[in-house]
Design a protein around this ligand. Structure first.
Ligand SMILES: Nc1ncnc2c1ncn2[C@@H]1O[C@H](COP(=O)(O)OP(=O)(O)O)[C@@H](O)[C@H]1O
Ligand SMILES: [Mg+2]
Length: 241
């Protein structure tokens, strides 16, 4: 069976700066891939290329064996959810409308609100937050963002730095929620992070980006025994002068 998503020789430069220099990655259906790599290595650019928000200079992205373009991209986006870095909620909409944002286009207001409340409950937020504005939710915006990501029961979910900026307890809760949701829904997931706790909680498979390429990839269980000095520096938070 073809992988759900295949990335082949993906290149992307901004001006003279080459960010992606030939990325090759496959993602099987139901798999949870975590992409790690230093700040500025092109992790978000990679996601943006898959979403069609950036146009690659070279290479291809396949969804179910066909180029991710036109009707195939529409099919992909239809079953897709995303948790953005720092949640990126709409400031001017109450929490429930943030969560139900896409549902409101196709469902009645009452149905959309009911689903929003159900998804908020799934991430541990009670009905009392539904009518709050994002600014009133302080430390729990990321959980509301997670509820929004899963509102339409997506088959594919991207998480961009889901724990960045959170305290350790909130980060642990987000990691556990992501793992639980991915397992119970069978969704295919790509998570981008430099938080090794996220890697160990969320990943089936890990890919390390370095200088625009996938430097190492393998099952989570293989990571600690891998022979790659940079991977170990990354895992253990070491630097070399
Ligand atoms: N639209 C853009 N224009 C110019 N440079 C960009 C743009 N988007 C990203 N970059 C550059 O590409 C590099 C990778 O960015 P990014 O993918 O956001 O890194 P990260 O791995 O931290 O997510 C950075 O050096 C960034 O400055
Ligand atoms: Mg990023």
């Amino acid at each position: 069976m073809a992988p759900l998503l295949s990335i082949r020789d993906l290149h992307k430069s901004f001006g003279r700066k080459e960010v992606l220099s030939g990325i090759d990655l496959d993602l099987d259906e139901g798999e949870s891939l975590v992409v790690i790599g230093g700040s500025g290595t092109g992790k978000s650019v990679l996601l943006r290329c898959i979403l069609g928000l950036e146009t690659p200079d070279r290479g291809e992205i396949l969804y179910k064996g066909a180029p991710l373009a036109g009707a195939n991209r529409a099919a992909f986006l239809d079953g897709f959810g995303m948790l953005f870095q720092n949640a990126a909620l709409f400031d001017s909409l109450p929490i429930w409308k943030n969560v139900a944002f896409r549902l409101l286009k196709t469902r009645s207001r009452a149905d959309a609100r009911a689903i929003a409340l159900e998804k908020l409950a799934r991430v541990g937020l009670g009905p009392e937050v539904a009518d709050l504005m994002p600014a009133e939710l302080s430390g729990d915006a990321q959980r509301a963002g997670l509820a929004r990501a899963i509102a339409a029961d997506p088959a594919v979910i991207f998480f961009d730095e889901p724990t960045t900026g959170l305290d350790p307890i909130r980060a642990a809760r987000i990691n556990a929620l992501i793992r639980g949701i991915v397992e119970e829904t069978g969704a295919t997931a790509i998570t981008i992070t430099h938080d090794m706790t996220s890697v160990r909680t969320i990943a089936d498979r890990v890919a390390l980006l370095d200088r625009g390429c996938v430097r190492w990839q393998g099952a989570l269980a293989e990571m600690d025994g891998a022979r790659d000095d940079y991977l170990h520096d990354f895992i253990e938070g070491r630097w070399r002068e």
